[in-house]
Structure formats: structure tokens, C-alpha cells
Design a binder for this molecule. Sequence first.
Ligand code: ADP
Ligand code: MG
Ligand code: ZN
Length: 665
Amino acid sequence: MDGNRQKQKNNGGKGNPGGIPQALFGILIAIVTSLFIYSVLFTGGAGRLMSNNQLEISYSEFMEKVEDGSIYRVRIAAEDIYAYEKGVPFDANLQDVDTEEELDNFMKNYTASQDKIYHIVKVQDDNLVDKLLAKGDIEIIGAKASVVMDLIISFAPFLILWLLIGMFARRMSAGMGGAMGGIFGVGQSKAKRYMQKETGVTFKDVAGEDEAKESLQEIVDFLHNPKKYTYVGAKLPKGALLVGPPGTGKTLLAKAVAGEAKVPFFSMTGSDFVEMFAGVGASRVRDLFKQAKQAAPCIVFIDEIDAIGRSRDTRAGSGADSEREQTLNQLLSEMDGFEINNGIMVMAATNRPEILDQALLRPGRFDRRIVVEKPDLKGRVNILKVHAKDVKLDDTVDFEEIALSTSGAVGADLANMINEAAITAAKAKREKVSQQDLKDAVEVVLVGKEKKDRILSKEERKIVSYHEVGHALVTALQKHTEPVQKITIVPRTMGALGYVLQTPEEEKYLNTKKELEERLVVYLSGRAAEDVVFDTITTGAANDIEEATKLARAMVTQYGMSEKFGLMGLATTRSMYLENGVDMNCGDETATAVDEEVKEMLKKAFEKAKKLLRENREALDKIAEYLIEKETITGKEFMKLFTEITGIEEEKTERIVSKEEDVNV
Ligand code: ADP
Ligand code: MG
Ligand code: ZN
């Protein structure tokens, strides 16, 4: 934040040659605006000078004020009397104002500090002047002389105020990364910036997610025609919470609801609320809802709500926590404060529903939960189609095949792949995207771009080649694995020195114990090849080992697949939608025993991999040599060599393929 502010200051600071005209411009605006306000308030008639602080009072009220000494000046015109009362002094400094709330306060105090001017319709009272004179310390002014005076008196505070605000706004906008947007941004809500009259997104732009769309259709319908629902007395949820892994289209869906219903869309991200100065979060929520109420029917969307909606009892309150809590409380009270009939639908999205404060999920708040899942095979095909809408494709393109090789990918990944493919085609000066472009794009998204400038030594290439062929051979030698699609030793930007690409033959949702056990062996077969051939081991297998360990641990603690522990659930996943680990929920002793069991499983798998490779040493050597020469070979080439050397035919008829982990690095 600090660094940010610094940068912003440097950009728009005083040293900048463009800064002077800008300052003049600000003053000009201030003057013009003051004149404008003045002319609006100046409603004709000599001396009928109206100002912000001018109040109408009766003659008798006026006399009372004169009596108790609060009036210090009286101006007497032909038909009107103006009485001046001193404002409440205050000595706040604009330099100390940091938040919008403080600014609000400052403005209030400033207004109060201004003299009050009372307007009194003149009544016949010949003794008026005498009475005033009798009070002694009242300045009496005749009408004519004071028009200019009044002008100056009324005008000056405006001018000063506008100049101050101008300065302040520039200061504030420097601090907020331009958020304030000049003089007129002050006092207005930042929510305006987040309001979209029309999102332009409809359900057509969201592929797959049919169940989510169906649930949301109801909300669309309601926003379209609230009377239909209120007439019957149907109660709709006030808030809908979209939950699902990152990149599955939650934000997109919320926009689509607004687009379908043709209502304005207010959106803010949870972190928008908390990264600001203290107290700003809550005031933003207030502003957001204030504006939403004016624009209803509309949708208020709070993206990544976990940033403010984190359970309040998870950690002891630091400064940031109490700020977050205030924001959350404000949100809750806003949601409680309106009836759904007002036409505001609050939507929120998160990929961490389990950490949300329970208060958010109570009836009348985000009581509708809409699950946005990772897309299945058909969903992925449809997402690819949606994003390829404006992309020229040639006849070779087969989305089914791409979808099959991208199990686990989410909408954002797939959109990315289509874009990568289009870029590749454009770079090659081709007019259409081919299937090969798409396949390359899949790899780019999965393992990064080819890193041509990374040159491996001869020895390194040999080790990497054996490592990858080890993976491929062990894959082919086992029954329940996925077919090899490609083997390569061209390094990639995401760290891989080489890898084996596997593609399943069909989408799978369950894995058998057998499949997982074989997958463990495949994971460790790269290292096994190094061990068998070179009798040394390298750091190249770090990722394999990590994955293997994770899988073995999950088999023991979550899938109930170990003999030793059977069906006992020993761990719970920390997050439903993020792959950020599990929490053990067993005693220390058991945890140690689990570690033993995992170690045992890994050891067994490693031994099996070594055995398979020793038995097929000839194939290992020959294919590895071939790969060193070619750098990349296809699954077909590999299987041909494999069959030639080992005599084993690929008999994959009743193969059951497994779902994830297409890439073995
Ligand atoms: P989330 O909010 O769930 O993290 P987003 O809505 O931000 O995901 O998705 C990011 C981008 O990925 C979208 O703008 C869109 O281009 C693409 N995308 C994600 N899911 C889908 C989907 N189901 N259909 C079409 N495009 C999608
Ligand atoms: Mg999002
Ligand atoms: Zn490996």
C-alpha cells in the first residue's frame, strides 16, 4: 500500500510539469462551480440572498434570538430582514482527514462553523432599530450598502471550501490510486465506479453449469417481474452465494444474472473493502447499498466475500480483523435492513465457503447456495465452443479430444487455451487454428511454454530421457493406467525438464484402489529409472515424490484404502475447492503410524517400478536413446517401439482409465 501510494504520488506530484496547469484547472473549476451555485441560490430580488445556512424564521423567533444575544449583525432591506448568528467554532485541520467518514464529519463541522443567516419577512415595527440599538453589540446594516458585502460573505466560504476540497481530492486520489477521480469524486460513493448499467453477459456466455443456471433463473425471473412473486406471497432468498473452485465462472454467472434480468450490476470485491483505510470498508458497504436502493431492481455482487466474511472467531482480533469485522457487520445490517421486495438481490462468490462466518449464511442473508462445479467432459466441450465462437478453426479441430485431455481444467483454463492456440496460429501467419495448435496450447497451460534457451548438458539430457521413458514404460507395463500421448525432454517454463503426457480414454469420476496403486508406481518410476541405470539419484524427481506422497497419504487417511487403518477417516480436507492440503484429525501416535504406512506404500511402489524396469531394461535403453535423439516422440511411436522390443501387444480393451494427473514430470 505504501509503495503504491509513493508511486502514485510520483506520477501526479508537484514536480511534474503537467501539475501546474492541472492546479489552475482545479481552481478554475472551483470558481466556476461556486459561481454556479451562487447563481442557483441567488433567487432574484435585491438582497434575497440565499445560502446553504439560511433559515426562515418568524419575526418573533427573530426577536427572541436578538434578546438572548445570539445575533451579531442585522441587515434590514425593504421587505426582508437578515439576521446573522455566529457559527460554532471548530479547529479541525483538513490535513488530518484521512477517511471518508472523517471527511463527512469535517464537512458537517465546517457547515456548522459558518455563520447562520436567518431570513425574516419584515413586519411593521417602527421600534426595530431602537430595539437593536438597545442591545448594543449588534451591527446594523442598511440594505443597499450590503449587497456587495453579502456577496463576498456568502461567496468566500464557498470558494475557500471548493479550493480546499480540490486540494483534498487530489491528495486523496493520490493515496487511493486515483480512485477519487478529481474534485467531484469526493462525497460520492466509489460504488459508482463499480456500477454497470448492462453487463452484456448472458447465460449463453456461460457454458456447462446447467444446474447453477437453473437455480439462478429463478432470481432472473424475480428481478424481471417481482410482482408475480410478491402477489402470491412467495418469499425469495435475499442473497445467493456462489461457491466453487477458482476459474469456474462464478463472477461470470453473477454478471449473467444481471444481464439476463437487464438490471444494473453493482460489484465490489471483498478485498476492496479491507485494503483501504480504517472505517472505509463499512462506509463503502453503506454507500453501495444506498446507491443500489436507488437503482433497484438491481444486483449487488460481492466477489471473494471470504475476504470480509471470514469467520469472526477464527483468530484473535488484530487491527485488520476489527476493520474486517466492522465491514462484515455493516453488510449484515444492510442485508437485514431491506425487504427483498425492494428489488435488490445480493449475490456473493467464494471458493472458501467453509471459512465463512455462520452469520452470513443465516436465513434472510445468503441463504441460497449455488454450487459451481468444475466442468465435466461435456461442459468442457461446451466451454471450448463458447470461447471459440469468434476464432477461425480448421477441419482438424476436435473439441472432444481436447476436452478429454483436460480433465480437471476449469473454464478459465479452457478460455486461456483457446486464446493461446489462436495466438500460435496468428504467429505462424496461419488463418485458422488447427487441432495441433490446441494441443500445444493445452500443454502450455498445463506445463508452461517450451524453454528453448535452456540448454541441458549431454549428461543431463541422458538422465532426463531415462527418467521420462521410465515413466512411460511403467505406464505401458501396467493395466490400469492411462495411455501415453507424448514423451518429451524439451524443458518448459514451469520447471519441467521433460514430461510424459497421458490422456484418458474416457472421463472418470471414481478411481479404484488398483488404479491408484499403479499410479503410485508410475509417479516413482522416473526416479526408479535413474536408480536402475545410473545408480545415482537426482533432484529431478522432487515433484513426483511430492505427488506420490500426497496420493499415498490420501489413500490411507481419506479413501480408506490401507489394510492397516481400513475405513477410518483420519483427515479432513481443509478446503472443498482449493487444493491446499488436509488436516489430520487423529492422535499423535496414530499420525506417526500413518506416516509409517505411507512410507511403506511408497517403498513398495518404488520397488515395483524398479522391478518392472529391470525386467525391461532393453526397452528402457533403446527408447531412451531414441528420445535423446528425437527430443519428442508421440504415444504411437512409443507404443510401436515398445511392442517391437518387448513383444507385448497393447491390449487396452477392458482398461479402466483414471481421471487426473495427466502429466508425469
Ligand atoms: P471465478 O469467479 O469462478 O473464479 P470467473 O467467472 O472469473 O471465475 O471466470 C474467469 C473466466 O473464465 C471467465 O471470464 C470466462 O472467460 C471463463 N469461464 C469460466 N467459467 C466459464 C464457463 N462456465 N463458461 C464460459 N466461460 C467460462
Ligand atoms: Mg471470480
Ligand atoms: Zn518424473
